[in-house]
Design a protein around this ligand. Structure first.
Ligand SMILES: Nc1ncnc2c1ncn2[C@@H]1O[C@H](COP(=O)(O)OP(=O)(O)O)[C@@H](O)[C@H]1O
Ligand SMILES: CC(=O)N[C@@H](CCC(=O)OP(=O)(O)O)C(=O)O
Length: 294
């Protein structure tokens, strides 16, 4: 039996969440679930129940997941070493097969299952389903030789996203769970960084919020302190002086593109904190880093 104080505290918490529930009612919230945040089984359950709760109170959560560490694990087992250039995986044909198995199979289905066990109705997709993420080959500029481009294999850049399938699922009781794989004009598949897919999808869907869950408290400065808000100018400086590196590079540029394209709030938050998602959406507690459009 609950004592009065506990009941009163619970009622107070619910009352405090109500304005946020009203504000985001029927609004789309794109949530990027990074592979690095998917570690602890308890945290995974918290994540899934948070997503289900957001759907139950009338919001439209759309989950885009990564799985970089999970791909590395299988590559390791097969005696192949993962290689990244500017935060993007060098993806030869064999690696692409593994990317499809891990992202489209293992990780996607695990998240679908987690959400469904927590009372939601998740539908797992890759960009091949309904041909909804169109992509072409990405070439990246060589930092040392400005007029040269680097070929990193079957890595994709998004040419377009058809939002109709996701909107259809949103308007029903379904929660889309998307693996970042795109399709080219000839039906060829591309490995796309999950932050890039999440950012572009948030833009195309006219999302209210984009939340990127990762394994750091947010964006950190050189001394390791959390930066709670970042403008484009501050981001440029942090990239230029090397404070931002690796996987944070595609994350920050996707976050900034989304903010500039009209997504009202864009956050990079710590997925290792219990119920980080609910704290972000339903409370005033600033968690992580807010990316500002200007
Ligand atoms: N300035 C920075 N602040 C925070 N993390 C950073 C920074 N620079 C680089 N990183 C790296 O970026 C990583 C997050 O990106 P990534 O590994 O791609 O994670 P995810 O799987 O969540 O997308 C962090 O774990 C950290 O190692
Ligand atoms: C091109 C590219 O780098 N694709 C990523 C896709 C998965 C991903 O983005 O996973 P995280 O969000 O966990 O980092 C990769 O192969 O690792």
């Amino acid at each position: 039996m609950l004592n009065d104080t506990t009941s009163a505290q619970k009622a107070q918490t619910l009352a405090e969440a109500l304005p946020y529930i009203k504000r985001f009612f029927d609004k789309t919230i794109v949530i990027k679930y990074g592979g690095n945040a998917m570690t602890d089984p308890h945290l995974k359950e918290c994540f899934a129940s948070d997503v289900v709760l957001l759907k139950l109170v009338g919001m439209n959560p759309v989950v885009v997941h990564g799985g970089g560490p999970q791909i590395n694990e299988l590559l390791d087992r097969l005696g192949k070493k993962g290689e990244f250039i500017q935060g993007m995986r060098v993806t030869d044909e064999e690696t692409m097969d593994i990317v499809e198995m891990v992202l489209g199979g293992q990780v996607n289905k695990e998240i679908v299952n987690l959400i469904n066990r927590n009372g939601g109705k998740a539908v797992g997709l890759t960009g091949q389903d309904g041909n909804f993420i169109h992509a072409h080959k990405l070439m990246i500029p060589n930092k040392d030789k400005p007029d040269e481009m680097i070929d990193i294999g079957q890595v994709g850049e998004i040419s377009g996203i058809d939002p109709s399938l996701i909107q259809f699922l949103d308007s029903g009781d379904f929660i889309p769970v998307i693996a970042p794989i795109g399709v080219g004009t000839e039906g060829e598949t591309y490995n796309i960084n999950a932050d890039v897919v999440a950012g572009k999808l948030a833009e195309i869907l006219g999302a209210e919020k984009l939340i990127l869950l990762t394994n750091t408290p947010g964006v950190l400065d050189k001394e390791g302190n959390l930066l709670t808000g970042l403008t484009p100018k501050q981001i440029d400086d942090l990239v230029a002086d090397g404070t931002l590196s690796g996987g944070m590079l595609p994350k920050i540029s996707s976050a900034l593109d989304a903010a500039r394209s009209g997504v009202k709030s864009v956050h990079i938050i710590d997925g290792r904190v219990e119920h980080a998602l609910l704290l972000e959406v339903l409370t005033d507690e600033g968690v992580g880093t807010l990316i500002k459009a200007k």
